[in-house]
Structure formats: C-alpha cells, structure tokens
Design a binder for this molecule. Structure first.
Ligand SMILES: [Zn+2]
Length: 485
C-alpha cells in the first residue's frame, strides 16, 4: 500500500515538474522585434536651453483658483510662438478657456482618424518649507551637471517641449503627416483638468472628432522598477485608478471627562477607522498587474521566470510577496489610506465631534459606489456618518493591448530604447487622459522619459530634473512616432 502511494506521489511529482518545466520553457518574450533606427542628431545643448527657458515661466496651478496668475501662461505662449515658428505657421492654434492650447496639424489623408498628443503646461507649487532643499531655485531653469533642473522638467514641460521640438524638426524637413495630429496642452491638469483638457474634449466632441489614439503622460521608462528585471521597463499606461476620499464623522455628547460614557466620539471613530484599514478591498493578481508580470516575466532571471510562468500554482506565493511592497500592492487592489484624524480640544473635556478622512485609489472593476458600500459595511455603525468628499473620480476605462495604436507605441519605444521591456501598466495617479474617453478608446498614458527612482521622487517633490541625453531621446521618440503616424 505504502509502496503504491510512494509510486503514485512520484508520478504526480514528475508530471508537476514536467508541466512547470514546459510552462517555463514556453514562457517566451512578448517584446516586438524592431529594426534599429539611426538616431537623429539633436543639438542637445540648445534643446536643453529651450526646455530650461520654459521652466522659468511660473505656470503654477493652485487648488484655490484665486491664487492663480494667468500672466506666466501668456508669456509661455509667446515664448512657444517665438521658439517654434514653423509649428505656429503651419498648424491651426486655438486657445481654450484663454490658457489651454490646442494645435491641429492637418494630415494629407482625411480618411484616416486623427491622433492627439497631450501634455500640460501647469506645474504644482513648491511645497512650503522645501525651497531650501532645492539645489537651485525651482523656477531658475538651470542647466548643471548634465541635467535641466526645475519644477516641470519632468512634469510636464519636458513632455510638452519634446513634442514641439519633434514637430518643428519634422516641419523643417518638409514632413507632412498622413493623419491629422492634435497637440493638446491643458493649463490645469494639476487641479483636475476641468477648464483645460475637459473643455478641449467637449470642443472636439462637439465637432465630431474621434481620435484613433490619445497619448498623455502616465508611465515612463523606469530603471530598477521590478525586482529581478535588470533592463529598463517602459510602462505603457492602459488605465488609471479612480479617486475618492471618504469623511467619517462622529458626534457625541460632550461634557466633563470625569464621568465618561462607555464609548466616546474618539473611541467610536477609532474603531471605525481601524475596521476600514484592517479590511482592505479584495484584490490580487488580475488585470493590469497580471499583464505586467506576464509581459515582464519572460525577460527576468530563471527563478522569476519559473514563478511567473506558473502563476496557476504560484500566484498565492507571488501575491503575498508582492503585497508586501506598497507599490506592487497599489497595482493589485484599491488602496485604503487614512489621511486625516482630528478630535478633542482639551485634556479634561469629552469631544463632541471627531472626524477622519480616508483616501481610496480605486482599481478598474470597482467604482466609487462599490467602495463606499464596502466602507459602510465594514464600519457597520449608525453613529458614524460616512460621506464622500467632493472630488471623486471613477477608474478609467482600460485601453486595449492589441491593435494599431498600442503596437505603434511599443514599436517606437523599442526603436529609440532598444533594451527597454515594454509592458502594459496601471497608472496610480490621475492624469488628463481620463477626460478623453468621450472622443477615443485607444488612450495611452506614457511619456518617454528614462528615469530611476531618485528622479521619480522629483515629480511633485524637490530637485525635479531631467538628464539632457534623456530629454534628447524624448524628442527622438516623438519624432519617430510622428513619422509612424
Ligand atoms: Zn503631470
């Protein structure tokens, strides 16, 4: 009997090892093969100086519109007109809500649907108290040590200027696109894009424009992005997460703390927040997270290949490993982040009021309503009022990873950065791209800057900068992309 069992287990093990082996062996690269293209020569110093100059216009978006100043935007517009004369001679330019820019470069074949390239002119303010931490003034537009420094170098003037540089260059050489190309540069992306991108899209929709592809910021070419991957990862955003903050309020009898009730407002609220935090929304390896691992997996070392080729048995292990990383966890589920907690005024007074705010970033497949319902269910306490704060958005639609538009992006990335691994990706933050859903299905979120985590930290942080050769490659990327179009 035991002998039979041993033989049986042995056979099972051999089959299992066989299946794992075959799965690993057939876990082949999903990267497109491209013929190398000769990089166009770029006067990098001059291009860097033009980018640096664009940073000197303090086009800052403020949460309170009254703090905004339109003048730097107007000066930036004048600067663009002077710097890119061919773009401004050839293309039709409209200003939308006075400060957003929409360029239209007519294609030679009106049968082909247009493409929209996006970027934004505005930048976030320098966080109060961090000025001294910058190596140079954030708006000095300084070039030093091979970098262009300043607020907007990455987010998002580098992107906008690279697109214009590429177009100017193509026009200089007499290039005419087959498809019509729009360049859409909003002025309020950092505060939601209502008067910029959203207004531009309303205008395009009214005119019956339907785009074959929209490309906006979101992903990038990131070094050291995934453990086990020693090549740069080009993350083509196919969707972005939704956003909701939920306010929890408890009102209770105030009074003297010498005779407290069994539960105070603070106790009730703490319990509620604890329940929400300790019951995260379900998630796991599905959707974009799975696509990312399946696409990057074949480019990794053997151990990771065995693990990722066999998610059918390894996914609990992989999930628990990845779930420990806040970044990977954010790709796999709707995240829960208590961000505000306030109550009490004096050490011997019972608070009559306690308030907390919990911020959720919502994964495609869930909605603001389903998350709210989850919160109400896990709090399960009528004494806690639960309401979303004003600024909410559902997750975006998910763009296809096959088809013309995705393939052209994939190809262009690998032509310009041949060792990049290109993968679909879920953008964790908000971009203007979601506003384009009324006029396009193929919406991608990717700007071709090649950066590491220290440079990523500069976005909305301190010492934002871009390496000059990286910026030159961005121009090459858009140049090549426009040629493909
Ligand atoms: Zn941005």
């Amino acid at each position: 009997m035991i002998k039979k069992l041993v033989i049986f287990s042995g056979v099972l093990l051999i089959i299992l090892v066989g299946v794992v082996g075959v799965k690993t062996a057939t876990f082949s690269s999903k990267q497109v093969t491209v013929d190398p293209v000769d990089p166009i020569s770029i006067d990098e110093d001059k291009a860097a100086e033009r980018l640096a100059a664009s940073i000197r216009f303090k086009t800052v978006s403020h949460m309170n519109p009254a703090d905004g100043d339109p003048e730097p935007f107007r000066q930036l517009h004048a600067y663009l007109a002077k710097t890119f004369p061919r773009v401004h001679q050839t293309m039709a330019l409209e200003t939308v809500n006075e400060l957003s820019l929409l360029y239209r470069w007519d294609g030679t074949d009106s049968e082909l649907g247009p493409v929209i390239l996006c970027a934004h002119q505005d930048v976030v303010p320098v966080a109060p108290g961090t000025d001294d931490a910058w190596n140079f003034d954030a708006y000095a537009g300084k070039i030093d040590g091979g970098f262009v420094w300043g607020r907007g170098a990455l987010d998002n003037k580098g992107n906008m200027m690279a697109q214009l540089e590429a177009a100017e260059r193509l026009l200089e050489n007499g290039y005419e696109p087959k498809r019509t190309v729009y360049f859409s540069f909003g002025h309020d992306e950092e505060v939601g894009g209502k008067n910029g991108a959203q207004a531009i899209v309303a205008l395009l929709k009214e005119r019956g424009v339907h785009a074959e592809m929209v490309l906006d910021e979101g992903g990038a070419v990131v070094e050291g992005a995934l453990p086990g991957l020693d090549r740069p990862l080009a993350t083509l955003g196919i969707a972005e997460k939704g956003y909701m903050s939920v306010e929890l309020i408890v009102e209770a009898e105030g009074g003297h703390s010498s005779q407290p009730p069994k539960e105070t407002a603070i106790g009730i609220l703490s319990h509620a927040v604890y329940n929400v935090e300790s019951n995260p929304l379900p998630g796991g390896l599905a959707g974009s997270a799975q696509l990312l691992l399946e696409t990057a997996g074949p480019e990794m070392g053997l151990t990771m290949r065995v693990l990722l080729a066999n998610l059918w048995i390894t996914s609990p292990l992989v999930e628990s490993q990845l779930g420990g990383s806040p970044l990977m966890n954010a790709f796999m589920r709707t995240t829960t982040a208590p961000t505000i907690f306030e109550a009490g005024v004096k050490d011997n007074v019972l608070p009559a009021y306690a308030r907390a705010v919990i911020n959720f970033r919502i994964i495609p497949g869930e909605t603001t309503e389903s998350v709210l319902e989850h919160v109400r269910r896990v709090v399960n306490d009528e004494r806690v009022s639960i309401e979303p704060l004003e600024w909410t958005s559902n997750p975006s639609a998910v763009s296809p990873t096959d088809g013309w538009a995705y393939e052209i992006l994939e190809t262009t990335v690998r032509e310009i950065i041949p060792d990049a691994v290109v993968s679909p990706f879920l953008v964790l933050a908000g971009t203007d791209a979601r506003h384009y859903e009324p006029v396009a299905e193929n919406i991608y979120r990717f700007a071709p800057f090649q950066i590491d985590s220290s440079e990523l930290a500069g976005i909305h942080g301190i010492n934002e900068r871009i390496a000059v050769p990286v910026y030159a490659n961005m121009i090459r990327f858009y140049h090549r992309l426009l040629e493909h179009l």
